[in-house]
Design a protein around this ligand. Sequence first.
Ligand code: SF4
Length: 420
Amino acid sequence: MSQPSLIERLGILADAAKYDASCASSGTTRRTSKDGAKGGGKAIGSTEGMGICHAYAPDGRCISLLKILLTNHCVFDCHYCINRKSSNVRRARFTPQEVADLTMAFYKRNYIEGLFLSSGIVKSSSHTMEQLIEAARILREEHEFRGYIHLKTIPEADSELVTRAGLYADRVSINVELPTLAGLTRLAPDKNAATIEGAMDTVKAAIVEAKDACKRFKSAPRFAPAGQSTQMIVGADGASDADIVGKASRLYGDYRLRRVYYSAFSPIPDASAVLPLQRPPLIREHRLYQSDWLMRFYGFAPEEVQQAAGTDGMLPLDIDPKLAWALKFRDQFPVDVNRAPRETLLRVPGLGTRAVGAILSARRHRTLRLDDVARLTVSIAKLRPFIVTADWRPTLLTERADLKTLIAPPKAQQLELFAA
Ligand code: SF4
């Protein structure tokens, strides 16, 4: 059979990559076009300090990077993956040179600002990793490309190769895939949790070493300056939100991850019989991101986020986890916005980090009233039961049994024609 054309392969391999959610590039450091190895301003594609991703697909996934697979051939048979060995999808493959040329062509047309490159496993994990690295090497060394590169690493590859990937990439990521060991064993029988975490440990050690070297020597090579990330598939196995939150927090702690991405499992064509028939509601993915934010920016311990879940370990879908926590722990409220420390204010439902910053700075000059707080938030109705201001005290409102309905009335739901 003849090889599909370049454009056909691009269609196949860009489509095959769409299931990976971990493509955001936030956290990278700025590179200027002057820092090319050859000097003299030959390098191109400077990277902004934060948030290089500009466009999102309708389902919320980032599409601003050229997001492709090197190949969708794979010798593994992960049940949840459209590219698994037993799937009958159309296969295609790029050479590293083709990936580099495509990236440059798209970049020069101003279509993209960087590359997200992943791959199925061909021949062996190390062989595949070598090919991914080669694409990044051509971009960096031959094209002097200074745009953002995110390389997905193959955990089973030689650790030396995983380390080399970080010398070319801004970010490297290794997917843990499933939140529990039982889920991984059942749905990705060729993968090994210890190997995955071993590769994360290798990357962590290399990042720490490179940072240390950079402090001592200006010319020390940079290693994955945007850190490492991972992705967990949500809803393909029986793991609860509490399990997922626990796993994410352990990964953040053990491997200093920049991000854990949560990807609601999407049923794939020709799916394996061990998978659920329906995808979880997308709002579940959103609630997990909110809980992630609570741990990373709002000072919540993982156990506290888990307390926001119900007895089945699932976070409520109709309200955000911060509100769910506040409704369960009403003895912590109301909070006096004119006196409470930052960490206490951050626990008030409806107060984000910016609003808390504004409160802290405004109250240095005057005593805040309810109207002052209202100007900083989207909905003062959500806040009123949880705060005290110069002219407001919720008295018994905080204790009302129907408080949840008062501040988050149930939304009318469109009935599904074919719902069970
Ligand atoms: S290793 Fe598993 S998840 Fe990765 S491409 Fe192959 S089948 Fe898909």
